[in-house]
Design a protein around this ligand. Structure first.
Ligand code: MCA
Ligand code: AMP
Length: 507
């Protein structure tokens, strides 16, 4: 039960059909070519000593080669570990120490960092580079390999991937995702969203997260559909190819940025049968404005790294703004009280899920895994939700302390730990502010060690940037005499959000 076995059957049938088309470089790959390239990577990794289950950590720019490496890792029985290209050396070192990959593939600008990390870790790794399509030591080595490879058999719970997600403790956790998790979720979405022959996906998401790699690529690859593959989202460039696409997926920021373009017209959107949004709440205002501009209703769905997709608005039924639709076939969703008692319609509580999409636990953290599941096997998402009389699920908040900025998750604790380590800072609290482009932005409230000392925002930002991916770095900083606390001594982030997190806040 290797996911790649199912995929390769489709690739073989699709043959000379276009798999990937990169408008930025003019490069194009058929399904046959993609399968051959994946086989070359699988052969290479195996020849270099990969044992099924070994982790292959990858931090590279998006491209056809990057996708072929992912497929090659699956085919060879390895476990794929994608990493955000924005991660700094400090962050990368943690992932490598924790996951102990046998191989790392990185862009050449990170070779030095990974080489240093390799000297500091107990289990060393083989290091390859990849810089865009067809450049890098891994491409050169793969060129010499056979274009056929017998897919390595895997059991359904064997790991296809590990994706790190941060946590409320500030320590990232590796979500273990099995072949069966990915295959099940991909097949369910294929059916639910009515994928059909001739569908073309406009793909402008990064491929180091669930949304771009699993939701988008799994659907397109299982359907052997063409993907118009952009290295990143650029609204103007995307408009040029929109008329050639039938499906587009994005985070809400993609849609607000498209709407900000005067050139985004109904005619350009006409060929697209499905615009899908997820990873963060889509504002009702965006949904309505999009309908006004294009006549199309954005389909919003809801998922997590740990679970893949859980719910979706319907393809044919009513798509209701502000809701994330129905539980997907095979996935149970329930809303529970703080005493873990089922709540009635429209009551807000802890949203829990169970089903074949739910992950295998956190890598080498059995206690943490146990904490996040109920006794009867439901995963506690940390989201607060409700279900209405028609069965539509809405996400109304989060019990976990999380900021979602342009679809990227930031756990405040991780940023607070970096800030609190700065000598001139007594303590800090990180919270969300309303950001016009990203939905939420990272704000920090700082209490200085010495109230008379002058600390510049620039200096704080620069220290944070050394250690944290730059999307996690605070973009709004306020200096306070003390943090607001409740009678239990807990910092009241809601007070901080109310006072300093509004869109009209002036420093
Ligand atoms: C970039 N920057 C950001 C973000 N993106 N800051 C805050 N939030 C962001 N999302 C910062 C960079 O660090 C940099 O800062 C500056 O903006 C310019 O970077 P650039 O890369 O040029 O930005 P961009 O191209 O405008 O990117 C914005 C974006 C991108 C297109 C919205 O963030 C994006 O593609 N987001 C999608 C994320 C995603 O795929 N999430 C799915 C996770 P500086 O100049 O200071 O260095 S999966 C998930 O959530 C679940 C499973 C689900 O349900 O899907
Ligand atoms: P991640 O950890 O990157 O998998 O992000 C998962 C989180 O993103 C979920 O727990 C939700 O809080 C949030 N999320 C994903 N999709 C939606 C959505 N459509 N509406 C609201 N929140 C969402």
């Amino acid at each position: 039960m290797n996911l790649y076995q199912v995929l390769s059957k489709k690739f073989f049938q699709a043959g000379d059909r276009v798999a990937l088309r990169m408008p930025e470089t003019g490069l194009q790959l058929t399904y046959k070519q993609l399968a051959e390239r994946a086989a070359q990577y699988a052969s290479l990794l195996t020849e270099e000593g990969l044992i099924p289950g070994d982790r292959v950590a990858v931090q590279v720019e998006k491209g056809a080669e990057a996708l072929a490496i992912y497929l090659g890792v699956l085919q060879s029985g390895g476990t794929y570990l994608p990493m955000n290209t924005a991660y700094t050396k400090t962050e990368l070192k943690y992932f490598v120490e924790n996951a102990e990959p046998a191989f790392v593939v990185c862009s050449s600008k990170q070779t030095e960092a990974f080489s240093e990390i390799n000297q500091q870790v107990e289990r060393t790794f083989k290091l390859f580079t990849l810089d865009g399509d067809s450049v890098g030591t891994i491409c050169d080595a793969a060129n010499a390999m056979a274009k056929e490879f017998a897919t390595v058999a895997r059991a359904e719970n064997d790991l296809a991937a590990i994706l790190y997600t941060s946590g409320t403790t500030g320590r990232p956790k590796g979500a273990m995702i099995s072949h069966a998790n990915l295959l099940n979720n991909g097949q369910v979405l294929l059916e639910y969203w009515g994928w059909k022959e001739g569908d073309v996906l406009l793909h402008a998401l990064p491929i180091f997260h669930v949304h771009g790699l699993f939701v988008a690529c799994s659907c397109a690859l299982l359907n052997a559909s063409e993907m118009i593959f952009y290295s990143k989202f650029d609204a103007r460039k995307v408009l040029e190819e929109l008329p050639n696409a039938t499906v587009m997926m994005g985070v809400p920021t993609f849609y607000t940025r498209l709407l900000a373009e005067d050139g985004f017209t109904k005619e350009l959107a006409d060929n697209v049968r499905l615009f899908i949004s997820g990873s963060a709440p889509l504002l009702e205002e965006t949904f309505n404005e999009f309908e006004k501009r294009t006549g199309k209703l954005i389909l919003e769905r809801y998922g997590m790294t740990e679970t893949g997709m859980n719910t979706s608005n319907p393809l044919n039924g009513q798509r209701i703004a502000g809701t994330v639709g129905y539980p997907l076939p095979g996935t149970e969703v329930r809303i529970m009280s703080s005493d873990n008692i089922p709540l009635a319609e429209d009551e807000v509580g802890s949203l829990q899920v169970k089903g074949p999409n739910v992950f295998q636990g956190y890598w080498r953290m059995p206690e943490k895994t146990a904490e996040e599941f109920t006794a009867d096997g439901f995963f506690i998402t940390g989201d607060l939700g409700k279900v209405d009389s028609k069965g539509y699920v809405s996400i109304v908040g989060r019990s976990k302390d999380l900021i979602i900025s342009g679809g990227y998750n930031i756990y405040p604790k991780e940023v607070e730990m970096v800030l609190n380590d700065i000598q001139s800072i007594e303590e800090s609290a990180v919270f969300a502010f309303v950001h016009p482009d990203f939905g939420e932005g990272v704000a920090a409230a700082i209490v200085k060690s010495d109230p008379t000392e002058n600390i510049s925002d620039e200096a704080l930002v620069s220290i944070c940037k050394d250690q944290l991916a730059s999307f996690k770095v605070p973009r709004r900083i306020v200096y306070l005499d003390a943090l607001p606390r409740n009678t239990m001594g807990k910092v009241q982030k809601n007070v901080l959000r109310d006072l300093y997190g509004q869109s009209d806040y002036q420093k």
